[in-house]
Write a protein that binds this ligand. Sequence first.
Ligand code: TRP
Ligand code: SF4
Length: 417
Amino acid sequence: MSTIEPQTAHSVINPKMTRVLSGMRPTGWLHLGHYHGVLENWVKLQHEYDCYFFVADWHALTTHYDNPQSLAAHTQDMVIDWLAAGVDPEKATLFVQSAMPEHAELHVLLSMGTPLSWLERIPTYKDQQAKLREKDLATYGFLGYPLLQAADILLYRAQLVPVGADQVSHVELTREVARRFNHLYGKPLDAETVQTQAYSNMGKKAAKQYQQWAKQYQQEGDTEALQQAQTLLAASGSLSALEREVLSGHLTGSGRVILPEPQALLTTASKMVGLDGEKMSKSYGNTISLRESPDAVRDKIRKMPTDPARVRRTDAGNPERCPVWNLHQVYSSLEVQQWVVTGCTTAGIGCLDCKQPVIDEINKILAPMRERARPFEEDTGQLNTILKQGAARARDTAQETLKEVRQSMGLIGRWSS
Ligand code: TRP
Ligand code: SF4
């Protein structure tokens, strides 16, 4: 039997209490692949949950420690694109990881009890090392990448973590780290004192009744007695939150949950194709960025390769062999798609005709984004204010967690200046 976390209990009633957290490494300008793959989802989530979205600039340094020049510009450009896409700083808490040294403190504290083998066996560790072979990634920081991510998540006690499939193993590690932490430190160092104090706060009669029920449950497995003991605890207004937790942990033999285990919220991979028919990706140079001008969108799509069989306007084609068709599947209504299939296979339309609805639709989506981005491009002061306010909000939550983490690890902070 596990006790229900107060947070969880609330979140069942009110999803706004459920915390969602996700980070993105600062890559600079974002493109339509990021929009359909990630940002569209963030924009939706921010209306439903208590969302924290942050720029993982320390994570960028784990692989690009030798090239920090572009970090600040990439951070800025990326956050402008979040805002352009409709992420709303009034609804979600937006911040930059490096503005929050709390992540580093939790990372170092978690590192104490994390076996090296847990990190070494994570698939991304070897995969990325092999992929980025030109870099020396036999570093301490790179091995610790997933643990830093665990700290990001646990610092805010996030329950849901939207990530792509490649990141699921990191959330899994986070759960293991949290479980181990709660096991090691979930029993307060001074549990005995707290318990004695709690009994005296409850009043003699209630304390005696409570202990009797507790014994009935612990020795005879009487679940009715357990329920009555729990009801009594919940109803006893004179107990502090800590006292209640200690007693309830003692009752069921479980410790306190200091760091709740999060769950991955799997984002289905975006099927966005790039201008060449490959997956849209900055490294392939086949992207349409979120702040692309209408003319650039038109020119890029007009230059897209089509079915190689359509050499002349009069040659019939096959949409299945044409990357433009992938875009129609994302952006066009069924009627337009029907028009494409008929027109292409009968040579009834030319490729430029075929591309026009896609150009129009993408520009329709990007128009409000360009609009929203403009004030931030002109005045980055506003952007900085948003990120500072986000950091302040995040700090309140982070400090609350850290206070408990420090205490439970015997760090009483008596000597800080
Ligand atoms: N590692 C993630 C990625 O590469 C980014 C990230 C860092 C993250 N910290 C996080 C995602 C915490 C979710 C939660 O995409
Ligand atoms: Fe591609 Fe459209 Fe040209 Fe057919 S008509 S080859 S689908 S661009």
